[in-house]
Design a protein around this ligand. Structure first.
Ligand code: GLN
Length: 181
């Protein structure tokens, strides 16, 4: 059985752990560099991307996670998508640059801090202070959109969603990630 690590210094890692198990793999919380050697793929959960960046830096995990991503799959949810992006705006901030996408933080604005929406593909998608994916590189593929903006994108071994599939019972997003391991 494959093992998926869930990056756990911050964010909703507990819900992802359960979602990975529901989708049929083993899950393990990752807080230190050496734990990356024991996993087949990594999930960077939602949370606050600025805080997450600081904690990764403090644990010496930033370059280790980037190097992990050069060989193995990473799935970023919401703040995790912000970390994986090539470019971040509103405001600009550093990122791991593992996927050719540009994201605008808190892109839906204050008035829709949080909402449940039906997106194409008949998904119930939970958005929480979500970023908007503004640009998608040629080698990236949009798997679902909402209101004309991509909300689920994959590029090679990596994948992001701006919504939170770990908060619903629908396992399709996690199952797709497991297929990449
Ligand atoms: N708004 C957060 C950020 O910019 C992301 C929110 C989330 O992950 N649910 O980092």
């Amino acid at each position: 059985m494959k093992t998926v690590g869930v990056l756990a210094p911050q964010g909703d890692f507990e819900a992802h752990r359960k979602a990975v198990e529901r989708a049929g793999a083993r899950a393990m919380e990752v807080r230190a560099k050496d734990q990356l050697e024991r996993i087949d793929g990594l999930i960077i959960p939602g949370g606050e991307s600025t805080t997450m960046l600081k904690l990764l830096e403090a644990e010496g995990l930033t370059s280790a996670v980037r190097e992990f991503g050069l060989k193995k799959p990473i799935y970023g949810t919401c703040a995790g998508a912000i970390l994986l992006a090539r470019e971040v705006t509103h405001p600009p901030q550093p990122s791991l640059n593992l996927m050719d996408i540009t994201v605008e933080r808190n892109g839906y604005g204050r008035q829709i801090d949080s909402r449940i929406a039906k997106i194409d593909g008949d998904f119930e998608a939970v958005f929480i202070r979500a970023p908007i994916i503004r640009k998608v590189g040629e080698s990236a593929r949009v798997l679902a959109s909402y209101g004309g903006d991509p909300v689920w994108v994959e590029q090679g071994r990596h994948m992001v969603t701006t919504f939170h599939p770990e908060l619903t019972e629908d396992s399709r997003v996690h199952r797709r990630f497991l297929e990449k391991l």
